[in-house]
Design a protein around this ligand. Structure first.
Ligand code: IMP
Ligand code: MG
Length: 175
């Protein structure tokens, strides 16, 4: 695959909007009267986070963490590191992690363990997309948008080699 590949729409911006609305409605119901800390995983989740929080009507805080696991290619190296840490305290907070995609599950299970050690009051996961057929580590997703087969997705924050994050739709690269 090259960066010349032609992105083909898998989920349109309208479908994404409807799914983000559905997720926001579920989250609103569960977090009413609370003031959670939403933790976005950089870089992929920034667009999803921005759309989601505008639909949440309770007080909340936003923070970001940057993890490394992928090199420049498609496969997870299996080793995860915190590259840029949170600036917020996690202890005693209701923490909701916002992720773009769960693939092997290695990245997110590392992060959930990392956060759990900081003793949050609660810890949940919201993921826009999930590729369950690729799972190597079990992961519970509390709020899930789309389930997809084993395809490499770009757009709406998702990249291939840092490109295509700006596409407004979720796309598959044509070979
Ligand atoms: P995991 O550790 O294999 O679950 O990988 C999760 C991370 O890999 C995500 O946060 C993404 O950054 C990246 N990733 C996995 N699948 C895709 C994809 O289809 N498109 C773009 N990035 C992906
Ligand atoms: Mg990511």
């Amino acid at each position: 695959m090259s960066s010349q590949s032609n992105p083909k729409i898998l989920f349109s911006r309208q479908e994404i909007e409807a799914t983000v609305r559905k997720l926001a409605a579920e989250i609103r119901k569960d977090y009413q009267g609370k003031s959670p800390l939403l933790v976005g995983i950089l870089k992929g989740s920034f667009m999803f986070m921005a759309d989601l929080i505008r639909l949440l009507d309770f007080p909340l805080e936003v923070d970001f963490i940057r993890l490394s696991s992928y090199g420049r290619g498609r496969e997870s190296s299996g080793k995860v590191k915190v590259v840029q840490d949170l600036s917020s305290q996690v202890r005693g907070r209701e923490v909701l992690v916002i992720e773009d995609i769960v693939d092997t599950g290695i990245t997110i299970s590392f992060l959930l363990d990392y956060l759990r050690k900081k003793k949050p009051a609660s810890l949940r996961l919201c993921a826009l997309t999930d590729k369950p057929s690729r799972r190597r580590v079990p992961v519970t997703i509390d709020y899930l948008g789309f389930t997809v087969s084993d395809k490499f997705l770009v757009g709406y924050g998702l990249d291939w080699d840092e490109k295509f994050r700006n596409l407004p739709d979720i796309c598959v690269l044509e070979e």
